[in-house]
Design a protein around this ligand. Sequence first.
Ligand code: SAM
Length: 266
Amino acid sequence: MQVGKVYLVGAGPGDPGLLTVRGLEVLRIAEVVIYDRLVNPVLLEETPPEAERIFAGKFAGNHSLPQEEIHQLLITHAKRGLVVVRLKGGDPFVFGRGGEEAEALVSAGIPFEIVPGISSALAVPAYAGIPLTHRGMSSSFAVITGHEACKASPAVDWKGLATAVDTLVILMGLKNLPGIVAQLLVNGRSPETPAALIRWGTTGKQEIVTGTLADIAGKAATLRPPVVVVIGEVVSLSEKLRWFEAPCLTVEMLPRIRADELASQP
Ligand SMILES: C[S@@+](CC[C@H](N)C(=O)[O-])C[C@H]1O[C@@H](n2cnc3c(N)ncnc32)[C@H](O)[C@@H]1O
């Protein structure tokens, strides 16, 4: 029996217009789609009506499908000879466990393709008018998980990050924000450093809260995930460069790339 193929696809950060052309192509040939919570559901409308849609969404502290089961789903459906799309928020290889899924596919001998997506780490600050690098202000940035801030032996080098990197972009950082701030302050970052929290960035629900390292944790008290935290001088550009106010784009606005439509153009 012929083995199918698994596509590990980045859905982008929320605005469906940020799906890549390749991502749209493979969604349109999917026979099974296994998708995560932060994937914009309008993208599923691009799959064929007969495609099976499986929600593997993860809620903080409550993984609705264990990672091992997701691996098994991918392998089982591919072994049935099907085109399987594993649709993940942002980019599959940026805090998306895409590497683990690819390893499982290699072990099982399943062919796969990685379709990178636009990570929230890049797009969410951009939609808030925050350039991650800016001449004279920031020559480097780092993307960090917020899960490591409060551990006794964190896997993140907070001292190095506090002093050697201009712009810090922290994913999954809301819950541990007081710990993150403490790590940066104790390791020498100025309390005056501008900071921003961007919730549901790139979507019609986008909210931006700005402050400084000294007061941002207090301002976060009422926010709920998903939030991207940005720390660095570039946050001060947000007010001037803020541009995004439009409601979430709809699937009708997606680029139409079907061959029949191209053929019918004059
Ligand atoms: C498990 S990580 C997945 C990151 C994803 N692979 C990416 O490249 O964007 C989930 C975190 O990404 C961030 N995130 C993803 N989409 C977001 C959005 N639209 N607005 C704000 N934060 C977002 C939040 O920090 C959230 O907790």
